[in-house]
Structure formats: C-alpha cells, structure tokens
Design a protein around this ligand. Structure first.
Ligand SMILES: [Zn+2]
Length: 164
C-alpha cells in the first residue's frame, strides 16, 4: 500500500544576522517574495501570522491546496467562504477530533464550489468515503495534510511538526 510521505517542510536556518527572521527565538532565514525582495519574517512565521490575523483566508488556502492535490476544480471566493463560515460556524468547530467538523463535497464528481460544500465530522467523512467506494478514504483530509499549517504553539513550528 502506498503511504503518503509526511508532509512537513522545514525553513532554512539563517546564515547571518541580516538574513534572520525578525520573530524572537526564530533562527530561520527570512522569506523572499516573488520579486526577490527579502521579507521581515521567515515563511513559517509569515504563515503563523496569517493564521492569527486572517484565519478564514488561511483555512481557504488550505482547502485550495487540498483541491489542487486532488486535481479537482476550485471556485470558492473568500467573500463567499467568509459568509459560509459565519452561517455554519465552521471556524469554531473545525479541529482534529473525530467529532470536529471538516469540509465535505456534496457531489464528489464536482469540485469545490460554495454550493457543493457541506460540514461533516471527520468520522462521518471517512466512513462515507468507504461506503461509496470513492477510493478517497486513504487520502488525507484537507486539514491533515496541508504542509503549510503552522502550529499555534511555537514549539511545533520549531520542530517542523504538523499539529493537525
Ligand atoms: Zn521565523
């Protein structure tokens, strides 16, 4: 059986003080944006900052990555997703426990769009895949495999552990 490699990426260690991320205790190298400019923080700290400041954007990015990973179309906009989260309370109920909520596609032949997603517990989601034989039960849930999920605690970030 094929097992997915644990998807954890580490940030490079800074070689000089100028290259070091501005976050206290972080020894990583500052990230470079697409124009080649050095940013203040390393990509791990930037990711953590995004999670803290714009949690919905962060979750939507993870979902978009999941869609790309499964090669299915993705057409959820941030505004739509924000409204959907408010309506369903997903941001408060998401997590790693079997009873916490995860996003499921109503019609698995279609991609991720705002009218094709629904909430489901991790437990239901994994059994429903097996029941319908869609062969996706071995595929990780969007929340689990995303390599860019930084931890809430700094300790996780430093060790490169995926908290989800
Ligand atoms: Zn950093």
């Amino acid at each position: 059986m094929w097992w997915r490699r644990k998807n954890t990426r580490k940030a490079k260690k800074a070689k000089s003080k100028e290259d070091k991320c501005a976050a206290p205790w972080c020894r990583n190298e500052r990230a470079v944006n697409n124009t080649g400019r050095r940013l203040r923080l390393c990509w791990k700290c930037r990711s953590r900052q995004l999670k803290e400041r714009h949690p919905v954007t962060y979750v939507l990015n993870a979902l978009r990555q999941a869609a790309r990973h499964r090669r299915v179309p993705f057409s959820i906009t941030l505004a739509d997703f924000k409204a959907w989260c408010k309506e369903t309370g997903y941001m408060e109920t998401r997590g790693m426990e079997p009873t916490s909520m995860t996003i499921d596609r109503k019609d698995h032949s279609k991609g991720y769009s705002i009218d094709n997603i629904q909430l489901m517990t991790h437990l239901e989601n994994s059994t429903n895949g097996a029941a319908f034989g869609r062969g996706e039960q071995n595929a990780p849930k969007p929340d689990e495999w995303d390599s860019q999920e930084p931890a809430v605690e700094a300790a996780y970030v430093c060790s490169g552990e995926n908290p989800f």
